[in-house]
Design a protein around this ligand. Structure first.
Ligand SMILES: C/C(=C\COP(=O)(O)OP(=O)(O)O)CCC[C@H](C)CCC[C@H](C)CCCC(C)C
Ligand SMILES: O=C(O)C1=CC(=O)c2ccccc2C1=O
Length: 299
């Protein structure tokens, strides 16, 4: 957005900066991982579950706040009115607010580890935080090389869900690993969608996002392929008896998946129109994961 355009009201900018719907990506690995654990062991510890959800939200808040801090350093966010650094005008404050969120989130994880008398999940979550840091922080900034989706897949898929399952059971599960592939893909789709409307700013700042590399048209086709893959994969896991039949409930997210693919195929080259695609992707994420979890509990 250029400086001579009227910027939206402050309240809207703050909501866009905090992005509440995005926290679905922090909650769902814990929800589905705990649901798989409950199905397989009949164990469900509500205290650990609640602590893990809170910790995960705080860690994602750190990721997002520090994303605005690091992006302020490269100049990529100079036209982004809803950057927390641009809204507050105080990069140092945001840096420390982010670190406070990280510290509190890690305290939650340490509390779970102490409860379990087992440090395993501390190691896994530190690894997730490391992936979050190398995505955006100096000197790595791997997101600027177009590698964010791979990091995202592992952080919210096998690692995040592995930690959630382990926090309930102190063991591992191949079913949970299979489910984590679905979560990893559907979370990476959200990140992939977030690049379509930012091509001009990304090129100007030297960020080679996947959409800068592929172009918006090929990017839209890649999005369709990965969105479409999710459903046959779930069906395959049901046929192979890895998932219970009720996990097919996750197909209720299909209308949003179709809407997402159509919307991006039609508008990939129009930043103003395609900018909401990541929120359609969040609907796909939320519904598919919600019903996947319910499918494991009731299947
Ligand atoms: C911050 C992220 C995306 C924003 O990227 P971008 O710079 O394009 O955004 P703007 O356009 O809004 O500036 C997400 C990055 C995800 C990262 C690869 C992995 C993060 C891992 C988390 C720290 C893991 C926490 C949850 C876990 C406990 C389940
Ligand atoms: O602001 C964003 O675009 C995103 C923030 C975020 O935390 C996240 C997490 C996982 C996948 C994608 C995203 C975003 O796109």
């Amino acid at each position: 957005m250029t400086s001579n355009q009227i910027s939206p009201p402050q309240g809207k900018l703050w909501m866009a900066a905090i992005k509440p719907p995005m926290y679905s990506v922090a909650i769902m690995p814990i929800w589905v991982g705990s649901a798989v654990a409950f199905r397989e062991t009949k164990i469900f510890n509500l205290t650990i579950f609640s602590l893990f959800i809170a910790a995960s939200i705080l860690i994602l808040a750190w990721e997002n706040i520090s994303n605005d801090v690091f992006d302020a350093e490269t100049g990529i966010d100079q036209n982004k009115h809803h950057s927390l650094v641009n809204l507050t005008g105080n990069k140092t404050l945001m840096f420390w607010v982010g670190n406070l969120c990280l510290g509190l989130g890690l305290l939650g994880i340490i509390a779970i580890a102490l409860w379990q008398k087992d440090p395993t999940i501390i190691g896994i979550i530190l690894l997730c935080c490391g992936l979050g840091y190398i995505y955006q922080g100096p000197p790595f900034r791997l997101g600027y090389q177009g590698l964010g989706e791979i990091l995202c897949f592992f952080a919210f898929g096998p690692l995040g869900m592995g930690a959630a399952y382990y926090s309930q059971t102190q063991t591992w599960s191949s079913t949970n690993l299979a489910a984590s592939i679905i979560l990893g893909i559907v979370t990476s789709l959200v990140l992939f969608c977030s690049h379509f409307h930012q091509v001009a700013d990304d090129i100007a700042a030297g960020k080679k996002s996947p959409i800068v590399r592929l172009g918006t048209q090929a990017g839209a086709k890649v999005l369709v392929v990965f969105t479409t893959i999710i459903y046959p994969l779930i069906l395959l896991f049901v046929i192979l008896n890895i998932f219970p039949i009720c996990t097919l409930l996750s197909f209720l997210s299909l209308p949003f998946a179709v809407k997402l693919c159509r919307h991006v195929l039609e508008n990939h080259h129009q930043p103003d129109k395609v900018s909401n695609s990541k929120f359609i992707a969040i609907n796909v994420h939320f519904l598919s994961c919600l019903f996947l979890g319910l499918g494991f509990i009731f299947g």
